[in-house]
Design a protein around this ligand. Structure first.
Ligand code: HEC
Ligand code: HEC
Length: 387
């Protein structure tokens, strides 16, 4: 009589894991895409949730800035960012308003021109800069405060003096750019080093990202750790409330401009928003079509600049801001007119539709949300910040 073969522990383990795999697959089949955690998401809503990640995204180098991604340039930019000796007054640095300890902003309602100081995270993924998109590169957006007479007001002569006085800074500059020229190029180079540093500021992963990745893997246990209120708020965001129309993609912005019915009259007159930004952009010698673009005529991003036109609808449009890290960056909106996230949600919920003036904003309407729904949306927005 033949003896039964001895049980093979490896084969048994393989059978067990195959059975577990099958079970997980069946459970997945039953529960997805009709998600069965705290909240039911439709297949469309699930697809939209997944499109807000993964985070962080892969970064494409900025070809318009030859210093981009260079460790020496990043280090030089980091030093310049807090250096008050750069300013004509000797009293101001980038960090005076973009305070690294406050999420790279100042917590003020507005600082200049009735505009709120933006945090400087995730700018490497943007295409337009400033609330009005007056710049089309991070270095041009840096050159503006560097040279503006009501900000740092730096001149080439001053940079040359500083480089002569500080051997360490001089060496750092030479390493990246070669011998400093006593022309405006030395200012553009400083802006490019500062931009290389700012491009490294990427916001951290958040509870939303853990939920989104768990959903992508079909890991229900991990997904269920995301608070039910945030899940309900997320469902509104990608569904009924239609927030995702403008706040799309991993950074929660389509990178463009819109009118959401905020008043744009200030004591100094109207803020023309994107309309004024386009006017400045097209007239600027520092845009991507100009001689300071290190990618020259081949820069694929310059195409966008070549094709923009000023339309009346741009008047009073502002940049769609990304929504990561909001917990640290109150107050909100271009003029800092919303003190809290509750105020922001109330704006959308009680929207005065007669204030919408630009075409293309037909997506927005008064949402008339219940108090619980408002709280859920706020709870969701809060999960876009690291705890
Ligand atoms: C007096 C306060 C102040 C100082 C100093 C300042 N900024 Fe700003 N920064 C602002 C404000 C306000 C805005 C919004 C401007 C606008 O949209 O019109 C801004 C916008 C920006 C933007 C565009 C961000 C975006 O989301 O598009 C960048 C980049 C930037 N600043 C970098 C810098 C750098 C680099 C320095 C130092 C050279 C600097 N800033 C100095 C207040 C300041
Ligand atoms: C039509 C496009 C559009 C839609 C839809 C939209 N937003 Fe916005 N959102 C914007 C624009 C543009 C701004 C900046 C407006 C300003 O500053 O005047 C903004 C600003 C914000 C801000 C302030 C961010 C900051 O840093 O200041 C938050 C938060 C926000 N939106 C959340 C939402 C939510 C929640 C919804 C859905 C209820 C939503 N948005 C729908 C375009 C849109």
């Amino acid at each position: 009589m033949k003896r039964a073969p001895a049980p093979d522990p490896q084969a048994a383990a393989a059978r067990r894991s195959a059975a577990a795999g099958l079970r997980a697959w069946l459970v997945g089949l039953l529960l997805l895409p009709g998600w069965c955690g705290a909240v039911d998401f439709t297949a469309d809503e699930r697809a939209r949730i997944l499109s807000h990640g993964p985070w962080p995204p892969v970064r494409v180098a900025d070809a318009s800035n030859r210093a981009d991604g260079q460790p020496e340039a990043i280090e030089l930019g980091r030093r310049l960012f807090t250096d008050r000796r750069l300013a004509a007054s000797g009293e101001l640095a980038c960090s005076s308003c973009h305070d690294p300890a406050r999420g790279f902003q100042d917590g003020q309602r507005f600082t200049r021109n009735h505009r709120n100081t933006p945090a400087l995270f995730d700018l490497a993924f943007a295409r337009w800069y400033g609330w009005d998109g007056a710049q089309d590169s991070l270095w041009a957006a840096t050159l503006r405060p560097l040279t503006a007479t009501d900000e740092l007001a730096v001149t080439p002569q001053q940079v040359m003096r500083l480089l002569r006085a500080d051997a360490g800074l001089h060496t750092a500059y030479r390493q990246v750019f070669g011998a400093p020229p006593a022309t405006e190029r030395v200012l553009v180079d400083m802006a490019k080093a500062l931009a290389a540093y700012q491009a490294t500021l990427v916001s951290p992963r958040t509870p939303f990202d853990d939920f989104r990745d768990a959903l992508a893997r079909g890991d229900l246990a991990a997904a269920d750790r995301y608070p039910p209120a945030a899940q309900r708020g997320l469902k509104l965001f990608v569904g009924e409330a239609r927030c995702w129309f403008c706040h799309t993609g991993p950074a929660f912005t389509n990178g463009e401009f819109a009118d959401i019915g905020r008043p744009f009259f200030t004591r100094q007159g109207a803020d023309p928003g994107r309309w004024g930004g386009l006017k400045q952009l097209l007239a600027s010698p520092y845009n991507r079509l100009g001689p300071h673009n290190d990618a020259g005529a081949d820069d694929p991003q310059a195409v966008a600049t070549r094709h923009v036109t000023m339309e009346p609808r741009h008047f009073g449009e502002f940049k769609v801001p990304g929504l990561r890290g909001l917990r640290a960056t109150a107050p909100y909106f271009h003029d800092g007119s919303a003190a809290t996230l509750d105020d922001v949600v109330d704006h959308y919920a009680d929207l005065d539709e007669t204030r919408l003036h630009a075409d293309g904003e037909r997506i927005l309407r008064a949402l008339r949300l219940t108090p619980e729904q408002r709280q859920d949306l706020v709870a969701f927005l809060a999960t876009l910040s690291a705890p």
